[in-house]
Ligand binder design. Sequence first.
Ligand code: CS2
Length: 479
Amino acid sequence: MVSRTGIRLSRHTLPELSTRADVPRYDLSDVTVGQVHLGLGGFHRAHQALCTDTALRADTRWGISAYTWRNTALPARLTDQDGLFSVLTSDRDSAEVRVLGAIQAARCAGTDANRFREEVAAATTSIVTLTVTEKAYPTTTDGALDFGHPAVAADLASGSPRESVIGLLTSALAERAHNHGGPITILSCDNLRGNGSLIRRLVTGFAEAHPGYRQKGLSRWLADYATFPATVVDRIVPDPDQAVVDRVDQLTGIHDRAAVLTEPYLQWIIEDDFAGPRPAWELAGARFVDNVEPFEDLKLRVLNGAHTALAYLGLLAGHHDVRAAIADPAIAEFISVLLAEEVLPMLPPVDTDVAAYAQSVLKRFANPSVSYSLDKLAADGTQKLPQRLAPTAQALRAEGRPARHIARVWASWAHWILRCADQRPDRLRDPLAPRLIAIAESADSAGFAIQLLKLTAPDLLWDNEFRRSVIEQTATDLL
Ligand code: CS2
């Protein structure tokens, strides 16, 4: 560990820092808030905030007011640094530090829900971006808002919803509709297929089911004044830790308690459907397209699918991060075959060399400077497998082709849950963890495999061959 003698990051010290790192190329005192973000974490800082920082060079109206969902420590750290933080972009032979000024204020939605609503409702706000992870979109199997979800149910009965992301966001939009009714764009940046239409459905569903908002005709206003473009986001950003803080200090002499580490790759594809003005994110490489779907399948099935496979196989083999897992020859071989024989042939047509794309993804996984924790990847399997792996399995089976490798990912997930249930239940991070542990403890291995399929891929449960393959591989010692 380095001694932390670096210069503290703040607006005051910024002029001194320009010789040590790339600093904002605009006047920070000109910046005003034009967008609100929910889900402030490492990913937002290294992705949307970075693109916004570049766009601020052209127009200073796009500062971000960012909210964590429940974390109060990060907003406090950022506030201490006047919202400034650095992004360390690193690969085998490169390491660059850029200090960003895009985040104008950092707060916690849990403790500052009213402020969140006010800011979304402000006429100067044109965009709300979200990175709240898959589990914040409570959806029934037919794609509607899950009214049975406890936080949603609590919010439907409240005059001031704040327990669920959908409830809080809808309440903020209601305030906007009531105050001045100006148009707004809601941009989901979560790894979900059709994230734009999904969040539109959930917010509209909430507006129609909530007695107060129904009476005010909120869903009509949403249809007329709110747009929900779909997006595909891609950048590998491990959870920031002390090692990142130390590395930035070592490289630049800047002491930044909110530093974040990432890889050079950044992709942001956005459906061009904005209700009002937007930042010139294209200056940072974002692409605006009519239809994000082909990019969505490519990214979710190849990168995220391989990530999820690596998580369970890697953890079962005793690895801790993606880099170690992909360096394990048996796992690397499995992932290559999974991609080449099952995932790539089933991708919907896309104007990209998909084999080259898959190779580039594997190369990114091997980045020696950015290691991603397998525990984090393994979290929320119930939310991730349906998005990342089920579509490939369905497509293969519809053509009568085997899907043995995909089935093995389900089986390795099952093994991981069984291991957690047996040794470390606290290590199983999933919104359905208690239920998964209860099933693991009561069912036999075949029954357990069936229950997991029922939760994550009910269609595939009726496919005899696929079901049999998952059951067989769950019963076998995979190691
Ligand atoms: C990862 C993603 O945590 C996960 O499940 O698969 O966060 C992944 O790193 C990003 O989607 C990369 O763009």
